[in-house]
Design a protein around this ligand. Structure first.
Ligand code: 13P
Length: 351
């Protein structure tokens, strides 16, 4: 286990004012997202779209790392440079999603466990050679009547810890993601309770399996009311509950926490991250690892038309810059309208 290399990777991933771009949607998820914009989904359209994101000029100012999918890490820019090599060349750390998706948990209706441990040791070796320096594994926790059960939480924590140990053995930094889903009518209090239980179980299991906390990144969901809840909590409450929950559950030795956007609107994901960072006093940097909240506007703008590529890149860069400001607690709704020139002025004034 090369702790020095993993330490270097971690420091690059959580560099101040930066976060991760999750571009690791499986072919199936891509199909759904592309279909919503009437974009044909082929290996080549997926490659073209990912190239548009990765080559957006200056994306490395706000993005420290990119999570790739198995197909994507094998793909190249139109000039023939493998994506992982291209990203590393701009100082962006390449990462890889290694789980094989959440599957129904036998005998536990409505609950899921993530698969993908078989053969993982060999796959990690291959991904390391392809340039990946961190990995991601997503567990899914549903909230509903009588769920999640302790069995589901523990089964997912156990798999996350086995994955994390294998990653560290291969000198790859594991991103552990126990996602508590937004879907449902539950209150913010219920989300808090479930998130705390999931994180408590995860960190116990990581300790049992001798995973080094100093070389793990937590990808957390924010503590939110369900998307169908009657009275949804506002931004200040979400920020307070999220920070409280993390402080009570996450060891201070962890190098960083990144959030998923989880189906929040772009603005909610940004406003919540900003409010979380304004609270201050957390022992770890709190930044983003968004897929939808960084990409939705770009995908809509691109719509599969090569003539829209430049404006799609601008739409992506805009969201990345707003998330970057939010990771510093320096975002404000008025900044949504600023040009890239003004963005750099804001950064200079604030530094
Ligand atoms: P969202 O930001 O769209 O939730 O995706 C993040 C992610 O990578 C989920 O695993």
């Amino acid at each position: 286990m090369d702790k020095e290399l993993m330490g270097k990777t971690v420091r690059a991933m959580i560099a101040k004012g930066k976060g991760l771009l999750a571009a690791d949607e499986s072919a199936g998820t891509c199909e759904k997202r592309f279909a919503s914009q009437n974009i044909p989904c082929t290996e080549e359209t997926r490659r073209t779209y990912r190239e548009l994101l990765f080559t957006a000029p200056g994306m490395e100012e706000s993005i420290s790392g990119v999570i790739l999918f198995d197909e994507t890490i094998r793909q190249k820019t139109h000039d023939g440079i493998p994506f992982a090599e291209y990203l590393a060349g701009k100082g962006v750390v390449p990462g890889i999603k290694v789980d094989k998706g959440a599957k129904a948990l036998a005998f536990f209706p409505g609950e899921q466990v993530t698969e993908g441990l078989d053969g993982l040791r060999d796959r990690l070796k291959e991904y390391f050679q392809a340039g990946a320096r961190f990995a991601k594994w997503r567990a899914v926790i549903n909230i509903g009547s009588g769920i999640p059960t302790e069995t589901c939480i523990n089964a997912n924590s156990h798999a996350l810890a086995r994955y994390a140990a294998l990653c560290q053995e291969a000198d790859i930094v594991p991103v552990v993601e126990p996602e508590v889903l937004l879907d449902g009518e539950h209150s913010i209090e219920r989300c808090y309770e479930v998130t705390e239980a999931a994180l408590g179980s995860l960190f116990n299991e990581l300790r049992r399996q001798k995973v080094s906390n100093e070389h793990v990144i937590l990808k957390a969901s924010m503590v939110l009311s369900g998307n169908k809840a009657q009275n949804r909590a506002g931004v200040p409450q979400v920020a307070e509950e999220t920070v409280k929950c993390l402080k009570r559950s996450v060891p201070a030795t962890l190098p960083g926490v990144v959030f998923l956007s989880g189906g929040q609107t772009d603005l909610d994901a940004t406003a919540h991250l900003d409010a979380i960072n304004r609270i201050g006093g957390a022992p770890w940097p709190l930044t983003f690892s968004y897929s939808r909240a960084l990409q939705a506007a770009a995908l809509r703008t691109w719509a599969g038309n090569p003539g829209n590529a430049k404006s799609a890149q601008q739409a992506f860069l805009h969201r990345a810059r707003m998330a970057s400001l939010a990771s510093l607690g320096r975002w404000a709704p008025e900044l949504e309208k600023i040009s890239s020139y003004c963005f750099f002025l804001v950064l200079i004034i604030m530094s």
